[in-house]
Design a binder for this molecule. Structure first.
Ligand code: FES
Length: 254
């Protein structure tokens, strides 16, 4: 049975070719229902966002209850449940970025675009949002466009960037790969080869701000061993949390 999406006025149904891809994805996992996340990405690429009817279609091809699909789609913020622009502009307004200029950059974009947090411009091109810490505090203040980083932004650079997007340009992120639209990005996230060539893969050494943090840690004698002692201390104090090994490996990765 075809389901109809009132907003798009299009039938909400995967094509036969797409259903075959869903079956390929299911075959990759010991339990086929584990393919739900890439299949949700396929759906988001096709329809742009996950409406109730789109989630029902996913439930149908996955042979899962709607409630299961809904539970996954609503857990992860990268799955969009309302129409989202081609360009998702996320400005970090958490503490470090906020005080260093992220708040001002967000306000400048909000005033220029005429939209607030989690709103999309009337032409459907740009969605603006506040972001919580994007794990790039060493490059603060940062913003991302479709999850690619633009470091050490200012009000002016944020505005210039958004104007370039409006003009159809694709400015190069400070780090990482070149920009793609939210729908194009979903191909990779669904686990399929991206047909845009090799330069969609980002790689490279750590940047100077990150290395500066590393040097400071060395200067103050913060090492693997000292972290382990601190963790052991916390354990002795009866503090709950991760095991020593888990905590140490997490801290070492930072
Ligand atoms: S506070 Fe902005 S990246 Fe951490």
């Amino acid at each position: 049975m075809k389901l109809t999406e009132p907003f798009l006025k299009l039938p909400i149904e995967f094509s036969a070719e797409e259903v075959a891809k869903v079956e390929q994805l299911k075959a990759l996992y010991p339990d086929p229902k584990s393919a739900i996340m890439p299949v949700l990405w396929m759906a988001q690429r096709k329809w742009g966002w996950l409406s109730v009817d789109v989630m029902r279609q996913v439930a149908q091809v996955m042979n899962l209850p709607y409630s299961h699909v809904y539970g996954v789609a609503t857990f992860y913020t990268m799955y969009k449940r309302k129409p989202t622009g081609d360009w998702l502009v996320s400005v970090c307004t958490n503490t470090m970025c906020g005080v260093l200029g992220g708040d001002k950059a967000f306000e400048a974009l909000r005033d220029y675009l005429g939209v607030d947090h989690d709103e999309t411009t009337s032409d459907g091109k740009i969605t603006l949002e506040h972001a919580e810490c994007l794990a790039a505090c060493d490059y603060a203040p940062v913003m991302t466009v479709n999850y690619e980083f633009f470091d050490q932004i200012t009000e002016d650079s944020a505005l210039t960037l958004v104007k370039q997007l409006q003009n159809g340009e694709r400015p190069q992120p400070t780090r990482g790969t070149r920009l793609c639209t939210l729908k194009e990005m979903a191909v990779q996230l669904a686990g399929f080869a991206d047909d845009r060539g090799d330069d969609v893969i980002a790689d490279g050494p750590a940047g100077e701000p990150t290395l500066a943090g590393n040097r400071l840690a060395e200067r103050f004698g913060i090492t693997h061993a000292t972290i382990q002692i601190e963790v052991e201390d916390l354990r002795r104090q009866g503090l709950r949390g991760a095991s020593t090994d888990q905590a140490r490996s997490r801290l070492t990765l930072v």
